[in-house]
Design a binder for this molecule. Structure first.
Ligand SMILES: O=C(O)CCC(=O)C(=O)O
Ligand SMILES: [Fe+2]
Length: 330
């Protein structure tokens, strides 16, 4: 039977994709109510917040992406997998297989940019060919659109960028914004350098991002190994735990083993403004609370921080000074 989403794409779209590493497929899935899908996502996100006993606004301030398996992505697959399979197999003119599903959002609680990166380098064990970034809202230039560096999918792969590191300096070098309408799909190569802009206009910007490979796909022969920053994407939780434990031993004569108990201890002490070095207690408290919510959302909902800014904030507002203090006591 013909899948209703199979359709003919102008040949220049495919050429554009091959040349620039991305293209926008406009007005996809017109028979689906994307608004209904988004509202149901938002309700699930609210339920997730309540499960952690936090306000939805606070939850959304800390969590900006969910990867399947997650309660937030669970209902998308049954609705979207078949139409997207139809669309993408028409586009590529061959069979395609879904690899991963994500929901990524910006809104008034979290409008931060995502630094430029190449997706394939974060997924060496499960490489995929393309992403299909389905807009669930209209995304203008000011609403944090995807940004891409045209043709960069043809460059030599670089090690995965650790943009969670406080040392990371993000570059906007020759990147262009890709504003889209609700229902458009940006199809982009997993080697393309891309990210997203700050949402100056803090309206909702929800996207369902699925990853796919064509049957004929051959992953790159060599994906460069991760170069882990001392405090970054792959190390920040362990480092945070280490620094906070050392600090609480010296300052509060306590050393909780459990990460959440440790964060709670520090939240309490920061609220009491109890530390012998200079810092903004308010910002330190906020960043500890955000990391706590992120950690719980990761454990319960496979939630994450798309922009990689929460641990960076904690570093800036507490850990950096605490580390200097600990070293001075050794
Ligand atoms: O949606 C965003 O803000 C970033 C998306 C992204 O990097 C991705 O889907 O791979
Ligand atoms: Fe990405």
């Amino acid at each position: 039977m013909l899948n209703p989403s199979q359709r003919f794409f102008p040949v220049n779209k495919k050429r554009e994709f091959e040349r620039f590493g991305y293209t926008v497929l406009e007005g996809c899935l017109p028979w689906l109510s994307l608004e209904k899908i988004k509202q149901s996502l938002i309700q699930t996100i609210r339920d997730c917040a309540h499960e952690l006993d936090v306000e939805p606004a606070k939850y959304l301030g800390a969590v900006s992406r969910w990867v399947d398996p997650s309660p937030v992505t669970k209902d998308l697959r049954p609705i979207l997998e078949s139409p997207l399979t139809g669309l993408l197999s028409s586009f590529f003119e061959e069979d395609v297989t879904p690899v991963k599903w994500n929901v990524i959002c910006k809104n008034k609680h979290n409008n931060r940019p995502v630094p430029l990166h190449q997706d394939i380098c974060y997924s060496p064990d499960l490489p995929y060919q393309v992403s299909a970034w389905l807009a669930l809202d209209d995304v203008g230039e000011q609403s944090g659109p995807l940004v891409v560096r045209k043709r960069s999918h043809k460059e030599v792969l670089q090690p995965a960028v650790d943009f969670w590191s406080p040392e990371h300096r993000s570059s906007k070098l020759s990147s262009v914004k890709v504003p889209v309408q609700k229902g458009d799909i940006i199809v982009f190569d997993s080697r393309l350098w891309h990210g997203s802009a700050v949402a100056i206009k803090e309206s909702d910007r929800y996207a369902c991002v699925s990853r796919w490979s064509c049957q004929s796909y051959k992953p790159p022969e060599a994906i460069p190994p991760f170069q882990k920053a001392p405090f970054g994407m792959w190390t920040c939780q362990k480092e945070t735990q280490r620094i906070l434990r050392q600090g609480s031993k010296i300052l509060y004569q306590q050393e909780p083993d459990n990460f959440i108990a440790l964060l709670d201890l520090w939240i309490m002490q920061m609220k009491k403004k109890n530390a012998p070095f200079k810092l903004s207690f308010k910002k330190a408290t906020m960043s500890l609370i955000n990391v706590k919510i992120l950690h719980l959302a990761n454990a319960y909902h496979n939630g994450g921080d798309a922009s990689g800014s929460l641990y960076k904030d904690l570093w800036r507002y507490l850990l950096q000074s605490l580390q200097v203090y600990i070293r001075s006591k050794k």
